[in-house]
Design a protein around this ligand. Structure first.
Ligand code: EPZ
Length: 416
């Protein structure tokens, strides 16, 4: 329940990155032993990945944002549908299991709230490294006596496929070249982690990675990078309420596209090495965005930007070049009084004077964030349903918003 109309003010810390953690945890499968991942966010998706790794024989514990993970006892290289259906990122275990055990059985991820999200690049990539891959009863069944180096060129830059092939290649015989690799900060942090485990990878931060396989790797510890999408979401929360907020434990460089657009909208932003301060104007200028691969504007901020533009002074166009129909939040924002028209993979947003409260339904993680942001300015009390989506990717979001002065509380909801 959100009662709108309060300006957000104050300071909050940003948590560790969900999408970095979901790559680091499976990477620990590559070397039997104990790992400690500091700054791990307490999220539903981390709980899901922990349950998946436990089902394979790992010991996993999260305490005070330190994840202790022991993979010595892993002996069941399988990812059952029961786990994978909850979270697509479970597919990240395919590469490491195949590399460590020579075989893996991983459920195909099911449908997603918005459109097709195929895994063909993951499968084609491991085939290039010499794996035999069959699809049986909804499972990817992969086996390889020995993985070998190869040239893998992705038609589309994919975060997940880059991560999976990287983790398969680090123990392969010979050298693998990944071309058109993703360069998202979550991939760079994975490369750094593998490097600290003894892997040989060149080209970090570029879209051409060269991986020289090694016979084995060793456990390592690391500090998870800050969550750039959580940070972006809170910057938009400050901007949409006309507030003034400082974020701590954040890497401004990972957010440059979002910061640039917020400045275009009229916000004044100052950055320190690990802080961002945003001071919002009394009214926002309309600013077009096109979501694209890093360092472009992230698709995971597209829904939040749509909410921000709903009360800007004029019309803006929000295009998503990664997911064509990631617009499930739009009809819900229209229920709050926004004036948005969908045209193919774009939302045309005509800024309105005000939003008015209503009951709205979350459909996925970032859509639910956009509805909470709209609720912060909608007149009256907005009820955002199915908030389990938000818990997948935001650590105690309502407590952080309350610290900034928002009138938001969690209530037991109706079952649907
Ligand atoms: C990662 O998903 C993130 N998830 C997503 O964040 C994010 O939206 C996405 O990257 C894009 O930035 C995690 O890191 C856990 P992709 P991923 O493979 O790896 C196509 C969030 O809100 N593609 O980079 O699944 C695909 O359809 C989540 O935190 C293929 O065609 O995304 C898409 O159009 C949601 N074949 C494009 O590539 C493949 O085999 C980019 O997808 C793989 C992908």
């Amino acid at each position: 329940m959100i009662h709108g109309g309060r300006r957000l003010e104050g300071e909050i810390p940003i948590s560790g990155a969900k999408n970095a953690t979901l790559a680091l945890m499976p990477a620990a499968l590559l070397a039997p032993g104990a790992f400690h991942l500091r700054n791990t966010p307490a999220l539903r998706d981390v709980t899901t990945m922990s349950a998946l790794l436990r089902s394979m024989g790992a010991l996993v514990e999260l305490k005070d944002n330190v994840l202790s993970l022991d993979t010595a006892g892993v002996d069941r290289p399988e990812a059952p549908y029961e786990h994978v259906k909850k979270m697509r990122a479970s597919i990240y275990v395919l590469g490491p299991l195949l590399a460590r055990f020579g075989h893996a059985r991983v459920s195909l991820p099911g449908g997603c709230a918005w459109g097709p999200r195929p895994v063909n690049l993951h499968i084609e990539g491991i085939r290039k490294l010499g794996a035999e891959v069959d699809l049986e009863a909804g499972y990817i069944v992969a086996k390889a006596n020995e993985l070998h180096g190869a040239r893998v060129r992705f038609d589309v830059s994919s975060v997940g496929a880059t991560g999976n092939i990287l983790m398969a290649a680090v123990l392969a015989k010979g050298t693998t070249i990944i071309e058109n690799a993703a360069i998202e900060p979550e991939i760079t942090s994975l490369v750094q982690f593998l490097d600290s485990m003894g892997a040989r990878i060149a080209g970090i931060g570029t879209n051409r990675l060269e991986i020289e396989g090694v016979p084995d790797l060793h456990p390592s510890d690391c500090e998870t990078i800050p969550d750039r999408i959580e940070a972006g979401t809170f910057l938009v929360a400050a901007a949409i309420t006309g507030g003034s907020v400082t974020l701590h434990n954040v890497l401004p460089g990972d957010l440059s596209a979002v910061i640039g657009k917020l400045q275009d909208a009229g916000c004044s932003i100052t950055c320190g090495s690990s802080t961002i301060n945003l001071h919002a104007p009394s009214s926002l200028r309309p600013v077009d965005v096109t979501a694209s691969i890093f360092p472009g504007f992230p698709t995971d901020m597209q829904a939040q930007w749509t909410s921000l533009m709903a009360t800007a002074l004029g019309t803006s166009v929000i295009t998503d070049s990664i997911y064509y129909d990631r617009f499930k939040h739009v009809p819900e924002l229209v229920r709050l009084g926004a004036d948005i028209e969908l045209k193919e993979n774009a939302a045309v947003v005509k800024g309105v004077q005000r939003l008015v409260c209503a009951k709205v339904m979350s459909t996925d993680l970032r859509a639910s964030a956009s509805l909470i942001l709209a609720g912060l300015i909608a007149e009256g009390s907005t009820e955002v349903l199915r908030v389990y989506h938000i818990d997948r990717g935001y650590e105690s979001i309502e407590r952080k918003l309350q610290r900034l002065g928002a009138d938001i509380r969690r209530e037991a909801g109706e079952e649907f």
